[in-house]
Write a protein that binds this ligand. Sequence first.
Ligand code: SAM
Length: 191
Amino acid sequence: MKIRESGMPSLETWEKFFNPKKLLATLGLDNQINDVAEFGCGYGTFTIPAAKIIKRKIYTFDIESDMIRLTRKEAKKQGLTNVEAIQRDFMADGSGLKDESMDYVMLFNILHLENPKVLLGEAQRILKKAGKLGIMHWNYDSKTPRGPSMDIRPKPEQCIQWAQSAGFHKPIQYDLKPYHFGIVLEKEDAK
Ligand SMILES: C[S@@+](CC[C@H](N)C(=O)[O-])C[C@H]1O[C@@H](n2cnc3c(N)ncnc32)[C@H](O)[C@@H]1O
């Protein structure tokens, strides 16, 4: 099922809110990263720039066929052959990716969902040991021009706590001006 308040404004409006290249660099998405999984591609705002940076492939999932179609179209237009855009309900069916197969997981503008444990558990499962989890979300500030309602909008400390409970450690928090915060964590070795 589609997560709550996950509809998108127009592409033009959405893309005004971010500088994806700068943001990805801040969150440690660099050319040493092999494979990436992204939950919720939306317009491919971060998928396409990430595909241009990494060594191998980005697997991205969305429940909306339109979002998958647009992301595939943009990848093709830009000559990218390393974008695998898959229509899938990742809350009901997970990602279908193998255990410990990914180097980086992107959870961008998505952690206001009903059950963050499910998604963080899936991220934990598919990441390699010491793989990175990148979280980004709207600041906990009612004055941002968009973002989930304040009653369901997670604070950075809440995201860190959820991620730590799911088996991630070493959180580093970033201010992704003007409207977002970022957190990068590492998958903890199984005890
Ligand atoms: C707020 S948008 C964020 C998109 C992208 N991460 C970004 O920051 O530009 C959330 C996306 O998640 C998708 N989505 C919501 N629930 C989903 C589900 N259960 N399975 C797969 N995709 C889902 C929506 O269709 C939407 O495109």
